[in-house]
Design a protein. Structure first.
Length: 183
């Protein structure tokens, strides 16, 4: 063997030995010391005379005001979502409903919090003859557009149409009789 090989072997043996020795010197597992016992002696109670309690103040008149209405918000489609909605309208007008659905799904991925895109999808689902999916999309639009009177009313109308398509006319009438639908 060459001297270089012997030097390498010695170095490796020394490294292995030092690693083994270092592993042996690790401390044992942590064991907390038992808590010290403390005896607390309470002082004897001091006799006091109770102070007279003041007469209760007359109740203040309470005025309950309704919480402030959330600020009205109007939603708009961004350029990409608007382009996809326009494309979906063109596809639907040509009778390409599956393609229009795919296009609106892309618009939802771009603007998932915009109730206007969900409204478009709800309308498309109604035209496809799927009122349950239309109801689901309209409810999503209604929850997202609660701060916008315009979006809320539009979602309510599509929701009522979806309910009627499912022969749930009483629910549709109840929805349309809501005060916020009268605007």
């Amino acid at each position: 063997m060459a001297t270089e090989e012997l030097a390498l072997i010695r170095t490796l043996l020394a490294l292995a030995a030092s690693t083994a020795l270092a592993a042996c010197s690790l401390p044992g597992p942590y064991r907390p010391a038992p808590p010290a016992q403390r005896v607390v002696v309470a002082p004897p109670p001091v006799a006091t005379t109770p102070e007279p309690t003041p007469a209760p103040a007359p109740p203040l008149p309470t005025v309950v005001e309704p919480p402030p209405a959330p600020p009205a918000r109007e939603f708009h489609l961004g350029p990409a979502a608007q382009s996809l909605v326009n494309q979906a309208h063109a596809q639907a007008s040509r009778g390409e409903l599956p393609a229009a659905s795919t296009t609106l799904d892309r618009a939802i991925r771009i603007e998932p919090q915009n109730p206007l895109v969900w409204l478009e999808l709800a309308r498309l689902r109604l035209s496809e003859g799927d009122p349950r999916q239309a109801e689901s999309c309209a409810r999503k639009a209604l929850s997202l557009g609660s701060a916008s009177p315009t979006a809320r009313i539009a979602a309510g109308r599509v929701l009522a149409d979806a309910l009627r398509a499912q022969h749930r006319d009483a629910e549709a009438r109840d929805l349309e009789s809501q005060p916020w639908m009268a605007n």
